[in-house]
Ligand binder design. Sequence first.
Ligand code: P6P
Length: 315
Amino acid sequence: MPQTLNSIAHQGANGPAMMPIIQGVGRAAAEISYLLRGAVFRGALGAAGGENVQGEQQQKLDVLSDEIFLDEMRSTGFVCAVGSEEQEELQVIEEYAHADYLVLVDPLDGSSNLDIDGPVGTIFSVVRRRSAPDGAPVEADTLQSGREVLAAGYVLYGPATMLVCSVGEGVHGFTWNPNSARFELSHPDMRIPEQGGYYSVNEANADKWLDGLAEKFARMKRETGLGMRYVGSMVADMHRTLLKGGVFLYPADEKNPNGKLRLLYEAIPMGFLVEQAGGRAMSRGGSVLDIVPEGLHQRVPVYLGAARAVDMLAG
Ligand code: P6P
């Protein structure tokens, strides 16, 4: 009998409470995957006409995925609020404003790949509220370092749809089985290989990198001999790094002096997974997971992957 997302209930202290929330992520993933595969026939591709808080053009599917995710978090009954890349403010779930958990999410990461039918993803993490449950949750409830994360993971919408997650007891990959219409365990206990793999970065920015990175990067390439792969979709690039090894990086540069990727719903969840898989998760001056967030949409430089390559870049 294949293991399903239900098996998360048996994973350590956090498993029982996190299982229904991750099952909600799974329901949202199934709905988003279905939406993506038929989008062209429903006129759902292309820009929605607005910009998100980042000043980035919102795709129609960004907006739809955000609505689906919020609705499925509501349906768990355990989530009081969602902090989303697509929403400037914290989205309080009124019916469950007393609930214990908040979820941070990038509902459809890499959506600029949609019009070329490239891989995209959903990235999430879960924290316990700090505010008293007799009142509404507040943005400060989300501003917790990665050391406080109870669960994190991503969904990769590729040739198969995968949900990779951790509740602090290792990293486990579940693949959507269309025959049984559920996620089934396919990649138990994922560990980042210490050798081999690829470096993954947008090298077009190399002449603008800050923090003295160019010299460290040249040494890393020379001494590791890694090949290069870059999709431009964090979930796809990080999934390959977890499976094959190497390093994914998005450094600070003259255009993005604090980096491009967001701390709360990209760097922290991916950093949590990387550490759980035996790798290293660094930002400027230390671990990604030690940074105490100052805002919902704060950006940071990231260096994520096998310790040897990461330490050459950010150690
Ligand atoms: P660039 C997608 O827009 C994203 O947020 C991540 O998924 C991805 O890693 C990065 O930006 C790609 O950025 O500047 O290389 O296009």
